[in-house]
Design a protein around this ligand. Structure first.
Ligand SMILES: Cc1ncc(C[n+]2csc(CCOP(=O)(O)OP(=O)(O)O)c2C)c(N)n1
Ligand SMILES: [Mg+2]
Length: 348
């Protein structure tokens, strides 16, 4: 455990026991949500769902490293991060059901989830530049650390997009307080990591843009939290950083995908494909930090919370179908106006 790959080994790092238990509870809560959401989708409750099973340690660890004042630029995959940051499960469910508002009380500093791959990275870097301007620093050279760091979440597949390279370039040139948190879950739909890039790692790509990157064992929440915390210290001072969190997507890409057509785990090491909750719970039991039954109790509490969240979501009226066209353009172009009219006519 506590493996930080290619950097200082944090095996010996002491940890706070209560904190370590909280991380486990949060991972169990994330798993419960994911399973419930998947089953709701299968019942026709929502049209599609992108599960993050297997990525709980990575997401919960990274969320725990962030401060409330920091901003997250998420994607469709990072719902465990959202839950761990305090977005109510009800809101995540409603969003998947077609509600435009992700974060009903706006208490969590989130940008909207990006589905177009890598577009959020440019928004994140622009936001980081604004943070610098606000501090009177045009090109980095910050006199004071940024109060709000920016965390730009991305997948391994996103690193093949032009937007990724443009964002990395601007981040390096303008010394923006941005952490690129790349969750390498082994797959971009059916494309395995080794077909994604010929680079030795994703982390190494940072070097070409003038800043540092590093890999962390994304199935160890303590390692992820510590690594991201350290990276964020540098980021706040105006040094961007690229974290590659090595984890594994256990399930399908989304509920429309059938991974049995392409999946072959043989290419990935056991520490990556092994279930992070099982592994971490076993570790904490060995360390005497949790007792037998801890995971089951955490799961029961999470299921209770979810039951209430589903009921609350069901109590909301179904959104008007025409609202899918809102918030895209100030004035809808003629083609989309025609599409909206056609949709409303059919619904009638
Ligand atoms: C610009 C763009 N091109 C293609 C797609 C279709 N698409 C959706 S998810 C995905 C793979 C993304 O893989 P990765 O970045 O590894 O993220 P993950 O799904 O594994 O979290 C693709 C190609 C898209 N959404 N946006
Ligand atoms: Mg991926």
């Amino acid at each position: 455990m506590h493996r930080v790959i290619g950097e200082r080994d944090v095996d010996e790092t002491p940890f706070d026991e209560e904190d370590a238990r909280d991380l486990l509870s949060e991972m169990v809560r994330a798993r419960a949500f994911d399973e419930r959401a998947l089953s709701l989708q299968r019942q026709g409750w929502m049209s599609g769902y992108p599960p993050y099973r297997g990525q709980e340690a990575s997401q919960v660890g990274a969320a725990a490293a962030m401060r409330e004042a920091d901003w997250l630029f998420p994607t469709y995959r990072s719902n465990a991060m959202q839950l761990a940051r305090g977005v109510p499960p009800r809101d995540v469910l409603l969003f998947r059901r077609g509600f435009a508002e992700f974060n009903s009380d706006h208490a969590v500093r989130n940008f909207p989830q990006a589905v177009p791959i890598a577009t959020q990275l440019l928004h994140a870097v622009g936001f980081g530049m604004a943070e610098n301007y606000g501090a009177g620093a045009m090109v980095g050279e910050r006199e004071t650390p940024a109060e709000s760091a920016v965390v730009a979440y991305l997948g391994d597949g996103a690193t093949s997009e032009g937007d990724f390279h443009e964002a990395m370039n601007f981040a390096g040139v303008f010394e923006t307080p941005v952490l690129f948190f790349c969750e390498n879950n082994g797959w971009a739909i059916s494309m395995p990591r080794e077909r994604q890039t010929a680079s030795d790692s994703i982390a190494v790509k940072a070097e070409a843009y003038g800043f540092e990157g590093g890999q962390v064992d994304g199935n160890d929440p303590l390692a992820v939290r510590e690594y991201v915390e350290r990276a964020l210290e540098r980021v706040r001072a105006g040094e961007p950083f690229l974290v590659e969190s090595l984890t594994y997507r256990q399930g399908p890409h989304t509920t429309s995908d059938d991974p049995s057509r392409y999946e072959d785990r043989a290419g990935y090491p056991e520490w990556r494909t092994r279930d992070p909750i099982e592994r971490y719970a076993e570790y904490l039991r060995e360390q005497g930090v949790v007792e037998e039954g801890f995971v089951e109790a955490a799961r029961e509490a999470a299921d209770e919370e979810l039951k209430a969240a589903v009921e609350a979501a069901e109590a909301e009226p179904t959104p008007e179908p025409g609202t899918v066209f809102d918030h895209v353009y100030e004035d809808l172009p003629p083609r989309l106006r025609a599409q909206r009219a056609e949709l409303l006519e059919r619904v009638d």
